[in-house]
Write a protein that binds this ligand. Structure first.
Ligand SMILES: [Zn+2]
Length: 469
């Protein structure tokens, strides 16, 4: 009896791929160049990162592709063994006006578990019809002596919150930028804990808290803060994060990907958020690449969670009245994010099963009043920035906006219903959102709408076993 029980245990262990020794993390570094007359991809290096692959084998293949790009790892038999959708900074840059004047090169990385033998990495780009076209293919061979096996300078990773083995949890790395050595010691851990608390204050993260590990790394900077070229602030910070990405004053990104990935490699992570040490409102989020947040801003909690949702689940912005760096698309097609649509036929709507029974489609809401209010706020906001006024005045304006908008939206007839609300994805006409208000729509004190919550929960399910410690 005991033998049979032991055998059953062995079989159980063999049947659970999570119990096997995890493979190493491989990283393909490459360059992507665009601009007048060119779109090119070129190989930089293949790196074996110091830590094991932090994810579950069941997460290797995404159920349905999302993102403007997708990469596949294909084994020697032609089988896709790993696939990820993603949205690189390059994909956003090609939607700005600059692409018609200037050629630029972006460095990027694709991370995946070590393949068992020779393989190919294939990049696909989404086309006008919503499908994918292959744009680059690169062969990799585990026996290649030029695979970089060297160890990058070691970074100390701190456990902000740990609930289990990385292979059974969603692993999020908070990477500090613009912190001096003294600030890395005390301020960064406190900031990291505060941002983790902000995340777990929102559903679906609250009820799934133990499915996460949160890690922190803080490479010390020579000076406090990060670059903000529009106001003459320049810092050579370790991660290279900066305001003014693509000319948008509140948009924080880094274009120092090569340096950033070597720093990040010392924590197990599937998701990466850069905490920038500063108070001026700003952040950014790229699906399956990274997100950023200015941690000392009064709206940092909101910003952190909103930008993380872009990064984590590819959720779209549901707002449409704030100025953005992107030009409107030449042709409107059904967007891939779960929370915006062009579809007005309720039977074909991607959130049709979540519609509130009896809700009118499209759903009436005080759109005119909202837009009038919003335009007035935007004009005052632009004026504050143009005059480089103290950040406290911007915070005051945002508070006023939150109060008036919340009052207007919460009192509307179809508030808190799932329907089809016109205005989303930077467009007042073509795109619709699921609820009148949502964390992806405004800085109001509201949760994620139910469509966003479902999308976020789906990603948590993929990367964690759901087993309690
Ligand atoms: Zn939403």
């Amino acid at each position: 009896m005991r033998v049979r029980l032991a055998l059953a245990c062995v079989l159980l262990v063999l049947a659970r791929p999570e119990a096997q020794e995890p493979p190493r993390t491989w990283r393909l570094d490459f360059y992507q160049t665009g601009g007048p007359g060119i779109e090119a991809y070129s190989f930089d290096r293949l790196v074996i990162e110091p830590l094991a692959w932090p994810d579950r084998p069941t997460a290797d293949l995404e159920p349905s592709p999302a993102g403007n790009y997708r990469f596949d790892v294909i084994d020697g038999t032609g089988r896709v063994i790993f696939a990820r959708g993603y949205d690189p900074a390059f994909a956003e840059w090609v939607t700005t006006a600059e692409v018609r004047r200037v050629r630029r090169t972006f460095h990027d990385s694709l991370r995946f578990p070590a393949p068992p033998g020779k393989a190919e990495v294939v990049i696909h780009k989404r086309n006008q019809n919503g499908g994918y076209d292959e744009v680059w293919r690169h062969a990799i061979d585990p026996a290649d002596p030029f695979i970089d096996r060297s160890t990058p300078p070691r970074q100390q990773a701190i456990e902000v919150e740990r609930h289990g083995e990385p292979q059974t949890k969603v692993d999020v790395l908070l990477l500090g930028d613009g912190y001096t050595a003294a600030e890395c010691g005390v301020k960064f851990p406190a900031d990291a804990r505060r941002m983790a608390s902000a995340l777990f204050a929102q559903e679906p993260f609250t009820s799934r808290r133990t499915d996460f590990n949160i890690w922190g790394i803080c490479p010390p900077a020579a000076e406090s803060g990060i670059s903000r070229p529009s106001t003459g602030v320049y810092r050579r910070s370790p991660v290279g994060a900066s305001y003014d990405a693509f000319g948008s004053e509140r948009y924080i990104l880094t274009f120092e990907n090569r340096a950033m990935r070597d720093l990040a490699a010392w924590a197990p992570y599937e998701y990466l958020t850069i905490l920038t040490n500063g108070a001026i409102y700003g952040g950014g989020g790229l699906y399956n690449v990274l997100s950023t947040v200015a941690v000392d801003n009064d709206f940092a909690d909101y910003l952190f969670v909103h930008e993380f949702a872009h990064h984590f689940a590819g959720l779209a912005d549901e707002y449409y009245t704030s100025p953005v760096a992107y030009e409107p698309p030449a042709r409107i097609v059904e967007p891939w994010p779960a929370n915006v649509t062009t579809e007005t036929d309720p039977s074909r709507l991607k959130w049709r099963d979540l519609l509130t029974p009896g809700v009118p489609i499209p759903t009436p809401w005080p759109k005119q009043e909202f837009e009038t209010l919003s335009k007035e706020i935007q004009a005052r906001r632009a004026r504050l920035r143009a005059e480089n006024r103290p950040e406290a005045e911007m915070t005051q304006l945002f508070r006023e906006q939150r109060e008036t908008e919340t009052r207007l939206l919460a009192a509307a007839e179809h508030a808190r219903k799932v329907g089809l609300f016109q205005g989303a994805n930077y467009d007042a006409q073509a795109f619709y959102r699921p609820e009148i208000d949502c964390l992806m729509f405004a800085r109001n004190e509201v949760p994620f709408c139910r469509v966003c919550q479902r999308a976020l929960a789906g990603v948590i399910d993929r990367h964690s076993t759901g087993l309690r410690p």
